[in-house]
Design a protein around this ligand. Structure first.
Ligand code: IMP
Ligand code: MG
Length: 192
């Protein structure tokens, strides 16, 4: 396979201390998740729901690893930094009704779980036939709410990471691997 190594990324890679999860490891894990989801949802035409923008690379790879008919839709949210943590407003809702449908909520990363908790409550109120979560990166250390994760890619350490959709101040989303930021780049944790 052609190399998606750190060195290929020149100036962009200067901010990265090291690669935590390689492109190859990501591909392998997504293939496995695709197999599992295809088996579990056979005959159910699930709707995969993602939240912009971080989930885009993962969603794009995941849907191509799934071998059964599915549909995809996206939501967008705005977060309020002041006040209660995890306060979220819907900026873009789904385009289709989900009552009676099998929903697989696809997320790039879960940290405290507050964002996901809000969105799951919102979707559950619309009476889907089922509602499960597929998260690629799980950061268990700061979890404030218990959310059952039916499908999970990787557990991550308590570190701020970038790449494969995850950003630091809107940068680094285009890296094909997950990297740790150099301390001199990273100033404070920014949530999208
Ligand atoms: P939480 O689960 O509500 O705490 O929020 C998760 C959100 O925080 C994600 O959707 C990301 O936008 C952001 N986030 C958490 N950890 C990281 C990280 O390590 N890198 C980049 N974004 C992160
Ligand atoms: Mg996100």
């Amino acid at each position: 396979m052609i190399g998606y190594q750190l060195e290929r990324y020149g100036e962009l890679a200067e901010g990265i201390e090291r690669v935590l999860i390689s492109r190859q490891e990501i591909e392998t894990r997504i293939y496995e998740l695709g197999e599992e989801i295809s088996r579990d949802y056979a005959g159910r035409n699930p709707l995969l729901v993602g939240v912009l923008k971080g989930v885009v690379p993962f969603m794009a790879d995941l849907v191509r690893a799934i071998t059964i008919p599915i549909e995809v839709d996206y939501m967008d949210i705005a977060r309020f930094r002041a006040g209660s943590e995890g306060a979220v407003r819907l900026e873009k809702d789904l385009n289709v009704p989900i009552e009676g449908r099998h929903i697989l909520f696809v997320e790039d990363v879960i940290d405290t779980g507050m964002t996901l908790n809000y969105l799951l409550r919102n979707l559950r109120a619309r009476d889907p036939a089922s509602l499960e979560v597929c998260v690629f990166f799980n950061k268990p250390v700061h979890r404030l709410v218990n959310i059952p994760l039916k499908y999970k890619g990787f557990d991550l350490p308590d570190k701020f990471v970038v790449g494969y959709g995850l950003d630091y101040r809107e940068q680094y989303r285009n890296l094909p691997f997950v990297g740790l930021l150099h301390a001199h780049v990273f100033q404070e944790e920014i949530r999208d």
